[in-house]
Design a protein around this ligand. Structure first.
Ligand SMILES: Cc1cc2nc3c(=O)[nH]c(=O)nc-3n(C[C@H](O)[C@H](O)[C@H](O)COP(=O)(O)OP(=O)(O)OC[C@H]3O[C@@H](n4cnc5c(N)ncnc54)[C@H](O)[C@@H]3O)c2cc1C
Length: 715
């Protein structure tokens, strides 16, 4: 492709010289045309102005590229005042026609083509109304034609769009038209360095930055109006919550020598260490071993029913938490230079946090910036009878089960997401009779149907009774029996149980620590912009409380942006990058994903090709009796560029890392294929998937000729 473009450029240059066209592009020739035009303009000023105006309207109304050049031309041809009037009205009328066209005629096509950008615009309009459009006009985050089209799909009135656009584009138009007038004044090429022209181009470059600063100041002034800013601060940064997001935020702040206080109300390490990733993976390991013992005959050993003390299994889970605890401890963070405070934090004004210490006293600290990293808590569905059902959640089950001698006998797991699925399989493998209740058609609904099916088949083989399309209605007690009443296809299905775990999702912690009084906007999570700033630009949010992902590694990733922007945002701000986010569900088979899967690609209207490699064919997986699963890669049609990867299989979460690296650094499947992978490893599956892609894209015609060449070489 690059060679073709190069050839075309060479051909074009040759043509220009062959036909002496370059003489038309000299400054003298352009000046001559301008003189000719001025003569025509003097004879019929209205006609010339009218034609230019109409052409400008058409260009903007039909989103034809060239409006910026026409604005410069308006300055050159008509001068500053007349050029400004012409462009200002023509651009607004054209933009409004594009807006109306998108709203009434092109809705579906605009939606299909740019739909994923509409979300940001819709959210902006909902938050700030016409002021949002004004800011977009002043500081174009999106190209102007996109603003016209996408605004048409919002609920904004056409008249509001018109006047806000007219006003918002005015300053930018002045800068552009002025640059055009300066351009027209050049008499010789040395004039390019004339102070007037240089200044007008500097203005062109600087204008968006200055406009953005002004907008930011206006917004900040509005938000902070009712608060008094302290003259001095106790800290550079205060972090609320010592989970993954809070720990990493405060670590970074201390590493760059900022004075930082980290406040944790409950347990250092937050959910991941105490109630989430760590205990669940520890339990999964014991369950996997029990499963392997039961199926030891696959390895030529005698199969055995594992005999164990449940108390010992749960004690191991808590031992593992204890073994990892020092990584997140007060001692470690104090040693790193973080001031760790154990207590409950409440934000009382944009710079002040009140701390109710665990020891009983109360104190206040001020900081230039605050990072909210308060995490999320399990959702408990408001079902009748749930309060007396003895329900457990990820917050409570680890301590509750640690007290028990016996494994839960009949266990209901409400919810078919990753957490519910991991727990359901682990308890089934240990020996509980597990019923998993899911409202939807399948579990792990974010994954492609074939992947959910794979997980479901394996979990069913382990004895999990997966009930999909079952709606939990209420809990009842019938004598000693606890019963969950569900509805399936219009019929009542009763499920008797001894224990029930609610795993129907996790909701961000949004109340009880000052967000309401400050008016910090929330919508399921704390609302932030791309810099993780909340409504108050000095208050940031990261981790589960900010969403949209609920993973430890994403919390840590966001923490970097929150703390760096909090400490250095006045110099340079960084937009949080969600382009390559991996995750894994640790069922057996593990399901790991990065980027798009098929259902996402279809939903977003993105063209793709699928390549599959069956792990059942992989030497190492066969040797380990783990020969099941798939590597599924989505690529741009005809190219090796990776759009997304799903791996289902043993250690899928680890195997995925190679694709995460490839996507992050723009490496295609050819590069993976060209990399040596150690034999015999599971990681070879990635290379073989790349090989499948290569085979499907082999140059068939060339191979026919190669065949003929070799036949000829035989003599
Ligand atoms: C069962 C389970 C399994 C999971 N498995 C995985 C996995 O395998 N991989 C993965 O990536 N993720 C997993 N997760 C998700 C992961 O645990 C979370 O995404 C991660 O813990 C989020 O970190 P965070 O810092 O945002 O919040 P948290 O870890 O929830 O930390 C927030 C902290 O803030 C504190 N806090 C709240 N309000 C205040 C206040 N006002 N004052 C002081 N302190 C306050 C809380 O006490 C808490 O300690 C799992 C979660 C669960 C429940």
């Amino acid at each position: 492709m690059k060679k073709i473009v190069l050839l075309l450029i060479v051909a074009a240059v040759a043509l220009v010289f062959a036909f002496d066209l370059h003489s038309l592009l000299t400054l003298e020739s352009l000046k001559g045309s301008l003189e000719q035009f001025r003569g025509f303009q003097a004879e019929s000023p209205w006609l010339v102005g009218g034609i230019f105006f109409a052409a400008y309207v058409v260009v903007t109304a039909f989103s034809i590229p060239g409006a910026a050049v026409m604005t410069l031309a308006a300055g050159a041809l008509f001068g500053l005042v007349q050029g400004l009037v012409l462009v200002s009205f023509a651009s607004t009328i054209g933009a409004t026609l594009a807006f109306i066209g998108a709203r009434y005629l092109l809705r579906d096509s605009v939606q299909a083509k740019f739909g994923n950008r509409l979300k940001a615009i819709n959210e902006g309009v909902e938050r700030e109304g016409a002021f949002y459009l004004f800011t977009l006009r002043l500081v174009p985050v999106f190209p102007f034609f996109l603003i016209n089209l996408l605004m048409g799909l919002t609920r904004m009135k056409a008249f509001t769009f018109f006047w806000v656009s007219q006003l918002g584009m005015l300053a930018g138009t002045v800068v552009y038209v002025n640059a055009g007038t300066e351009l027209a004044k050049i008499d010789s090429l040395s004039g390019i360095l004339s102070p007037g022209l240089v200044l007008s181009f500097v203005l062109l470059g600087v204008f968006p930055l200055v406009a953005k600063k002004i907008i930011d100041k206006i917004k900040a002034r509005k938000v902070y109006a009712q608060w008094t800013k302290p003259a001095k601060f106790d800290r550079n940064m205060i972090v609320i919550g010592a989970g993954a997001a809070g720990l990493v935020s405060s670590y970074i702040a201390a590493a760059v020598k900022a004075k930082v206080t980290l406040i944790e109300a409950h347990k250092m390490g937050g959910d991941c260490l105490n109630f989430g990733c760590v205990p669940s993976k520890a339990l999964i390991k014991s369950a996997k071993l029990a499963h392997q013992m039961r199926h030891a005959d696959q390895y030529g050993l005698h199969a055995a029913t594992p005999s164990f003390s449940f108390k010992a299994v749960m004690a191991r889970v808590h031992d593992i938490i204890k073994a990892i605890e020092p990584h997140d401890s007060v001692e470690r963070y104090t040693g790193l230079g973080v001031d760790v405070v154990q207590g409950y934090a409440t934000i009382v004004d944009p710079w002040t946090v009140e701390i109710k210490h665990n020891t009983g006293e109360t104190s206040r600290l001020t900081a230039r910036s605050i990072v909210i990293a308060a995490g999320a808590s399990p959702v408990v569905p408001p079902l009748p009878g749930i309060e007396t059902s003895g329900y457990l959640t990820s917050d409570t089950l680890w301590d509750e089960f640690a007290k028990r001698e016996e494994l839960p006998k009949r266990l209901v797991v409400l919810g078919g997401g990753p957490i519910g699925s991991e727990l359901a399989q682990a308890f089934a493998r240990l020996g509980s009779q597990v019923t998993q209740v899911e409202l939807g058609e399948r579990i792990m609904v974010r994954e492609d149907p074939e992947i959910s099916e794979m997980a479901m088949a394996s979990m069913r083989a382990d004895g999990v009774n997966i009930l999909t399309q079952h709606k939990a209605i209420r809990f009842e007690r019938r004598g000693d029996q606890k019963v969950l009443i569900t509805e399936h296809q219009g019929k009542q299905v009763d499920i008797e149980f001894d224990d029930v775990i609610c795993a129907v999702g996790r909701k961000a912690r949004l109340t009880g620590y000052g967000l309401e009084a400050l008016g910090v906007e929330t919508n399921r999570t704390v609302v932030t912009n791309e810099y993780l700033e909340t409504l108050y630009p000095n208050i940031f949010a990261a981790g589960d409380v900010a969403g949209p992902y609920q993973f430890t590694h994403v919390a840590a990733h966001q923490a970097w942006y929150a703390s760096v922007n909090a400490l250095f945002g006045h110099l340079k701000k960084f937009k949080v990058d969600y382009s390559v986010i991996p995750w894994a569900t640790f069922t057996d088979p593990e399901v790991a994903r990065v980027g798009l899967n098929e259902q996402d690609a279809k939903e977003q209207g993105i063209a793709y090709e699928v390549t599959r490699y069956g792990i059942d064919d992989l030497d190492r997986a066969i040797a380990d009796s783990d020969a099941h699963g798939v590597v599924k890669v989505l690529t741009v049609p005809g190219k090796d560029k990776i759009l997304g990867v799903t791996i289902a299989g043993v250690h899928a979460g680890d195997l995925l890392a190679e694709f995460v690296l490839a996507m992050k650094h723009g490496l295609g499947l050819n590069k993976i294929l060209g990399t040596i992978h150690t034999y015999p490893t599971l990681a070879e599956a990635n290379k073989y998937a790349a090989g499948e892609w290569k085979r499907a894209h082999a140059p068939e015609k060339l191979l026919v000729w190669l065949g003929k060449y070799h036949a000829w070489r035989l003599g």
